[in-house]
Design a protein around this ligand. Structure first.
Ligand SMILES: NC(=O)C1=CN([C@@H]2O[C@H](COP(=O)(O)OP(=O)(O)OC[C@H]3O[C@@H](n4cnc5c(N)ncnc54)[C@H](OP(=O)(O)O)[C@@H]3O)[C@@H](O)[C@H]2O)C=CC1
Ligand SMILES: O=C(O)C1=N[C@H](C(=O)O)C[C@H](O)C1
Length: 233
């Protein structure tokens, strides 16, 4: 299939390698906000920057090109993207994390949250560690993890910082050179700690998941998630 890469940075370049190895062709590599003919592509993959993602996604939907977005930090506009996709009968997936391992971790996190929901002796906290070039904090993945806990417990919100409260899940964001992405969820009590952790060793898992999602969405109409693509949970 013919792929448009909207964003040709660390992820765009990783996706290009995997897409070519799976027999696809890259027809657009868009690195800046210039004019492009998106309709040259069968599918678009957006890994750009928070300020550009919604415009890129809308442009694809308006031109009837299915779009996969992995850009984080733009979710204030997510509902508008969903509404536009439904109105235009387009095809769209956003995932804060495309790796298979993290999507399993998301399900594990929800199951654990259910089990811990009534155990008042335990305090939850989360940490995400990423490279120093990352623009947003907390990471999209940490937000998805927090939402998974909120759906399955009495917690109401997440909060950036270390202080735990009855209603909020504290998320600490650390920036350390070259770290691709590490996420930890802790439940601490006076007597013990339960910890679940996902460590990405490189960006290949994110990139492979994005290409698999692009292959999957080609003949579909609607708004989907990685759970639909991987058929898990
Ligand atoms: N969902 C997932 O699985 C993952 C998500 N991500 C997310 O993906 C995004 C990109 O990450 P990463 O590749 O590391 O970041 P990079 O900074 O390496 O790449 C972003 C690229 O987007 C380009 N860009 C800027 N404006 C536009 C525009 N209007 N249209 C298209 N491209 C544009 C930038 O160009 P220039 O440098 O010239 O400004 C840059 O090359 C981030 O939001 C990150 O959080 C990352 C990994 C996995
Ligand atoms: O910016 C990154 O690098 C990553 N961003 C995503 C996020 O915000 O969760 C996914 C991954 O952790 C890498």
């Amino acid at each position: 299939m013919k792929i448009a890469l909207l964003g040709y940075g660390r992820m765009g370049k990783e996706i290009e390698k995997i897409a070519i190895s799976r027999g696809h062709e890259i027809v657009i590599r868009k690195d800046v906000d210039d004019t492009i003919d998106i309709s040259l592509a069968d599918v678009a993959i957006d890994f750009s920057i928070p300020d550009a993602a919604f415009k890129n996604i809308s442009n694809c939907i308006n031109n009837n090109v299915p779009v996969i977005s992995g850009t984080t930090g733009w979710l204030d506009n997510y509902k508008d993207a969903v509404a536009l996709c439904e109105e235009k009968k387009g095809a769209f997936i956003y995932a804060s994390n495309y790796s298979v391992g993290v999507n399993i971790f998301f399900e594990l996190n929800k199951q654990l949250a259910k089990m811990m929901a009534t155990l008042e002796d335990y305090n939850i906290s989360m940490e995400e560690i990423h490279h120093t070039k990352k623009l947003d904090a907390p990471s999209g993945t940490a937000i998805t993890l927090a939402e998974g806990v909120i759906e399955n417990s009495s917690k109401k919100n997440w909060e950036l910082g270390a202080i735990s409260s009855e209603e909020n899940i504290p998320i600490v964001a650390k920036r350390i050179p070259d770290v691709p992405g590490t996420h930890t969820v802790w439940y601490n009590s006076e007597v013990d700690t339960i910890e679940i952790k996902h460590t990405a060793h490189n960006r290949k898992g994110f990139a492979l998941g994005a290409v698999i999602a692009a292959e999957w969405i080609l003949d579909k109409t609607g708004v989907f998630t990685m759970k639909d693509v991987l058929n898990i949970g």
